[in-house]
Design a protein around this ligand. Structure first.
Ligand SMILES: *Cc1c(COP(=O)(O)O)cnc(C)c1O
Length: 369
């Protein structure tokens, strides 16, 4: 049945999507601004990546390599993977979108978790499918709740591991148990955007699970520890059949040439990554202790950000803290849209930014760290 309308109308469901709202950038009136709202690294990009980017600038008239071979080869060699099982995207967001458009249809369901990354829901709905949200356990993904939500309509399960904005992780044994409980036609999407930061023996980003199965993919990004968020570089490791399907729909030149060049140089610069992780580990610990000392609850994080919970007391709630911090130039992320109305997410920043937030929140709470 087709209905004639007086103007173009999007597919059913598209206008039900709440568009993604990025982290704030401005703090009106503040003399200096520290943007700690988008999990960007305070250390910039590897000088080798910047040099590769600048060299690429001398050939902007040429189409990029549609296979992004230099980048895929660099990733393959660093991680010991087969190039054929790697696909690159204009940020991992593009790859998440491609997956949904290729594997979901109206009537299908895809499982997301209570505080899961909002891009999943947007892309699931964009494909006309139904997002099914399952509860987390105090900001921890609950594998049993996910398994209980599987129906014969389920086509995909999305897990950010570690989670954003929670900062928590699911141990590899639990990920394996989840996978073992899923039907073989359901794709398990492991979004490991923060994997480089994790320092836990019982964590794995998903490489082994992908290698051993035909229904698991792992997404990674260059936007976080590599400091290339501006260039939009992401990659996915997955089974050949899934990548073949994605490659049929992918824009033929989805990766731009400067991004390919800079990404390849960045992934090979392991010393730079190590330094960034060291800075992060040190400050994650210091920030967590300092906030607890001034009476705030912090969800234990393995990432480059912390989720800070505020008291349920007039004048001391998250929106009050947000306003107080912003007026002093410290921009954190409000996470109401993630079902956390009384929390703020803070990216680990430079030493100066971190000390500033500790001092400012101490003032806000009337206690010093
Ligand atoms: C930042 C982030 C990404 C990365 O997105 P890009 O498109 O690669 O910048 C993916 N997933 C999660 C959970 C993130 O926080």
């Amino acid at each position: 049945m087709s209905i004639v309308t007086s103007e173009p109308v999007p597919r059913p469901g598209i206008l039900d999507i709440a568009a993604y709202v990025p982290g704030k950038e401005h703090a009106p009136g503040a003399a200096r601004v520290f943007k700690l709202s988008s999990n960007e690294t305070p250390l910039g990009a590897s000088p080798k990546a910047i040099e590769a980017f600048q060299q690429a600038a001398s050939h902007l008239e040429l189409y990029p390599d549609g296979q992004a071979m230099a980048l895929r080869e660099a990733i393959a060699s660093v991680y010991g993977l087969n190039v054929a099982n790697i696909i690159c995207g204009n940020g991992s967001d593009e790859l998440l979108g491609l997956l949904c458009h290729v594997y979901l249809a109206p009537g299908d369901e895809a499982i997301i978790t209570q505080h899961g990354f909002l891009v999943y829901k947007i892309q699931i709905m964009g494909a006309g499918a139904q997002p099914v949200e399952v509860k987390e356990n105090d900001c921890q993904v609950d594998v049993d709740a996910i398994l209980a939500a599987v129906t014969d309509r389920t086509k995909m399960v999305f897990i950010a591991n570690p989670g954003n904005p929670t900062g928590t992780y699911v141990p590899v044994s639990e990920i394996r148990r989840l996978h073992a409980g899923l039907p073989k036609n359901v794709i398990l999407v492991l979004d490991a955007a923060y994997a480089e930061y994790v320092r836990r023996n019982d964590y794995e980003a998903g490489l082994e699970l992908v290698s051993a199965n035909s229904n698991v993919v792992m997404c990674r990004t260059f936007s976080k520890v590599y400091g290339l968020a501006a260039l939009r570089v992401g990659w996915m490791y997955g089974p050949a059949a899934i990548l073949d399907a994605l490659n049929r729909v992918r824009g033929p030149f989805n990766m731009n040439a400067p991004a390919i060049a800079a990404g390849a140089a960045a992934v090979r610069d392991r010393a730079f990554v190590e330094k960034a992780v060291e800075h992060n580990t040190l400050w994650l610990d210091k920030l967590t202790h300092a906030f607890e000392t001034i009476g705030l609850k912090v969800t234990p994080s393995v990432t480059n950000f912390v989720l800070i919970h505020f008291p349920d007391v007039d004048g001391k709630r998250a929106p009050d803290a947000d306003a107080f911090l912003t007026s002093r130039g410290y921009i954190l992320r409000a996470v109401k849209g993630y079902g956390l109305p009384n929390a703020l997410r803070m990216t680990v920043g430079s030493e100066e930014a971190n000390r500033g937030v500790i001092e400012t929140l101490g003032e806000f709470m009337g206690r010093s760290a």
